[in-house]
Write a protein that binds this ligand. Structure first.
Ligand code: ADP
Length: 217
């Protein structure tokens, strides 16, 4: 299956993507994670991306589209993938369509995770992520780790992302509304969008998403 996950920052895309990719046995491709990996490895691409990310802005398309395409061209993604955080504006969606067309394949679904804005700000402010694996996500009050600052899954160090400060979150939300939301209409025109209410327990949201994927297309 070829799936795109959309939703505001803090909707739980990364958490859901990890579960869904495992259930569906397809790679989870997160452009945010790819940028963060480049930043921690000190690559040129990471250096270019960091200032935009810290400001809550989108990394320019020239950098992002090439990186996403390279990842989609890896052998493990030949049979399908779950895209998380890409596309994030209409021109990226058009570039993705172009790439899929060249490969003679199409998307199966676009899952739109819906969460009220107040909830998003609360979720992000308390979010803590494992340095070893970004799918190990905790929240200081909603899903606190057993030991403060330590990942329950692997013992890695938990940290707060640089772009999770309240000011940057507000900017990311604004960017989401102006640049990313229009791709929902773009995909509605292709009849691909399934809206998933993303409040409630993580497992409940995963079940809703799996049911939508199995029932729909
Ligand atoms: P979230 O979904 O919580 O906002 P991500 O990890 O997906 O977090 O993205 C973090 C940041 O990485 C974004 O605010 C943006 O700066 C950059 N980024 C990620 N994906 C893209 C993309 N497709 N295009 C441009 N910038 C991106």
């Amino acid at each position: 299956m070829r799936i795109v996950l959309v939703g505001p920052p803090g909707a739980g895309k990364g958490t859901q993507a990890a579960y869904l990719a495992k259930n569906l046995v397809i790679p989870h491709i997160s452009t945010g994670d790819l940028f963060r990996a480049n930043i921690s490895q000190g690559t040129d691409l990471g250096k270019q991306a960091k200032a935009f990310m810290d400001a809550g802005e989108l990394v320019p398309d020239e950098v992002t589209i090439g990186m996403a395409r390279d990842r989609m061209n890896q052998p493990d993604a030949a049979g399908g993938f779950l895209l998380d955080g890409f596309p994030r504006n209409v021109s990226q969606a058009e570039a993705l369509d172009e790439a899929l067309k060249e490969d003679g394949v199409t998307l199966d679904a676009v899952l739109d995770l819906e969460v009220p804005e107040e909830e998003v700000v609360k979720r992000i402010a308390g979010r803590r992520i494992c340095r070893n694996d970004s799918s190990h996500v905790f929240h200081v009050s909603y899903s606190a780790p057993k030991q403060q600052g330590v990942c329950d899954v692997c013992g890695g160090e938990l940290y707060q992302r640089d772009d999770d400060s309240e000011e940057t979150v507000r900017k990311r939300l604004e960017v989401y509304h102006t640049q990313t939301e229009p791709i929902i209409d773009y995909y509605k025109a292709q009849d691909l969008v399934v809206t998933i209410p993303a409040l409630g327990k993580v497992e409940e949201v995963t079940e809703r998403a799996m049911a939508a994927l199995q029932g729909g297309e």
